[in-house]
Structures are given as C-alpha cells and as structure tokens.
Design a binder for this molecule. Structure first.
Ligand code: ZN
Length: 335
C-alpha cells in the first residue's frame, strides 16, 4: 500500500508524538486532486510519486483524511488531475458532483482552448469556486517556455474577476519565482483582476531557499495574491514565507494524493529533488532501502511546526493557516 497514514503503526506514533498537540481541530486542505477512473483513457494511470494507480476518488479521500488527521474535522478544496491525456470534462463533472460547498469545494480544471462562455456556464452549474489551469494544457513542445498568460486567457480572467474566483496557479518556467516574466505576469494578473484570488501553489514551486528569498517578498504587497504550502517539506522556506508574506494570505494545502506517498523533498546546492523509496521521474530513489519513510504530508507538517516554533508563532497563526484563511477565501466567492 502506497498510502502512509496512521493505519501504519509507525505513522500513528509520529502523529501522537509530533502532531496531536499541534494540528488544530479543523483542517482545511486547499490543494487536493481527485480523479475518477472514468476520466482516464484505458491503459492510462496516475503516477503518485512512483506508484501507478487508476484513480484517486472521493471514497478514498474520505477514508484517508481521518487516517491522516485522527480526530480532526477535515475539509478540502478539490480539483481534477491536470493532464491533457485525461478527460477534463469527465473529471470536472465528477468533482462538481461530489463537492457540496460544506466539506468539499471544487475548482474547475481549465484548458485555455475552452470557450469562455461555456466555462462560465459550467462554473455556475457545477458550483465551482475557481479554476485549476496547468502548463501542460498550453501544449507547447517545451513546457518550460509556457507563460502564465497563455495558461489564463483574458476572457477567463474576466470571469474570475467578475465572480471573485480562486485561481490555483502552478507557475511555469524553470526559474519559477525568480523568473522575471513570471513576476511581471503575476503582477499583471493581480493588478488587472483585483477581485480574483491568485493562489501560488507550492509557494510558487519555491522548494529551495534561494528561489524564495527576494522573489516572494517582491509579490507580497498584492492583496489578492495567496500562497499554499503544498509539498513544502523545507522548514527554512516556510520560515521565510511566514516571515515576509502576509499571514492572512497563507493557505494550508498538501497535494493529496501525492502527499500521502512515502518520500521527502530535499534541498541540495540551491536545487531540490524528491527522495522516494521507489523510482519516480521526479525523484532520486532509495533502491538500497536505507531509509524508513513517512509521507510527504507528515514531512510537511514537521516543517510547518519547525518554522512556527522558530518564529515563535502562536495558536492564532496556526488556526488561521490550517482553516480560517482558506475559509475566508471560500466565503468571499460569490455563489
Ligand atoms: Zn497539485
């Protein structure tokens, strides 16, 4: 089983020792992927940190959340798996059908080639809280050349602005937050569409300190820009973000299902990689079996706790991070 939850005794011990007294009673995860088998063409699978599966559905999510956070009330912002090879319409339909606006809140996968009028109708009918664009939907030969504005056409951003929608943005380009074009286009989005909420997934993919220092600071003043903590296992990056970025705009997110898999992201010489027990295209794998892993998610909780303790942040910060900030975003979206 690829899921590292408290169903394994060693994870239960970690929970009791490190998180039972730290994680608040309510947890709103702002970054969760859900995909049903019907959205996958035959022969396709999801690669969950090196583990191939055919789906990660709401039944699994409802089973996993209490096994990750025993005794907690859990809520999640959910969206599909953004692969151009999968059926976007079917994945969006599935997410909409299971998001009730009480426990689960849906974002709509967005292909920039879609017709804006249809997207608008679909948002209303599906009760979506925003969009999940992705660089691969731009379909460039070199995905590193994709620009943010190509992922988010103007007509789509006008809809987001009008309805106050959230945009869960995984920024493109290899320099990430340090890329001047990204910086310029992010500021352009914030300025032109002030009523939309732009969420920089994974703190702008800044998994290593040199990518965040100086680059996140430059964006902090934009009042409709948010960051989520998904897959951030690096306490120094989190500490920096908690110090320089307005605290009411930092959202707890994980990247379930990937975050449930065993592994950790590590910084080496101003770069990062993942280390996993099994081979994965994004990782260095421990083929000698030297390590006993826990989930990326528990490594993330550890890093958050470490950053919180170093900065001497109190319960107000922790409650805001794990619940209040995200809930405020959701409540501000016109329904
Ligand atoms: Zn994600």
């Amino acid at each position: 089983m690829w899921r590292e939850t408290t169903q394994h005794q060693r994870n239960l011990e970690i929970w009791k020792r490190e998180f039972e007294s730290f994680v608040p009673l309510r947890v709103l995860d702002f970054h969760v992927h859900v995909v049903n088998a019907a959205a996958l063409p035959s022969g396709e699978s999801l690669n969950v940190a090196g583990h191939l599966v055919r789906h990660y559905d709401f039944e699994e999510l409802e089973r996993d959340l209490p096994a990750v956070y025993p005794g907690r009330e859990t809520l999640a912002v959910c969206f599909g798996w953004p692969s151009p090879r999968f059926d976007l319409t079917e994945n969006n339909r599935y997410v909409a059908a299971h998001c009730d606006g009480h426990r689960f809140f849906g974002l709509r996968l967005l292909d920039p080639a879609e017709k804006p009028a249809q997207v608008r109708d679909d948002v209303a009918q599906g009760g979506f809280y925003g969009f999940k664009p992705y660089l691969n939907y731009v379909r460039k030969e070199d995905p590193n050349q994709v620009e943010i504005r190509e992922m988010l056409p103007e007509a789509i951003m006008e809809i987001a602005d009008e309805l106050g929608l959230a945009v869960m943005l995984h920024i493109p380009r290899s320099a990430r937050l340090a890329d001047p074009l990204n910086q310029q286009q992010l500021i352009g989005l914030c300025r032109s569409y002030p009523n939309s909420k732009i969420v920089l997934a994974h703190i702008g993919r800044a998994y290593y300190l040199s990518n965040v220092v100086g680059h996140l600071d430059a964006l902090a003043a934009w009042p409709n820009l948010y960051i989520d903590t998904a897959m951030l296992n690096n306490a120094e990056v989190l500490e920096h973000a908690f110090r320089v970025f307005p605290r009411e705009r930092i959202l707890y997110g994980t990247d379930i299902p990937i975050a449930l898999a065993p592994g950790k992201s590590v910084e080496i010489n101003d770069q990062y990689t993942y280390v996993t027990p099994v081979p994965w295209e994004l990782s260095i794998s421990d083929h000698r079996g030297k390590l006993i892993f826990t989930s990326f998610l528990y490594e993330q909780l550890r890093a958050i706790r470490k950053a919180v303790e170093r900065l001497g942040l109190g319960p107000d910060f922790i409650h805001a991070l794990f619940y209040d900030n995200g809930m405020r975003v959701l409540q501000s979206i016109r329904k």
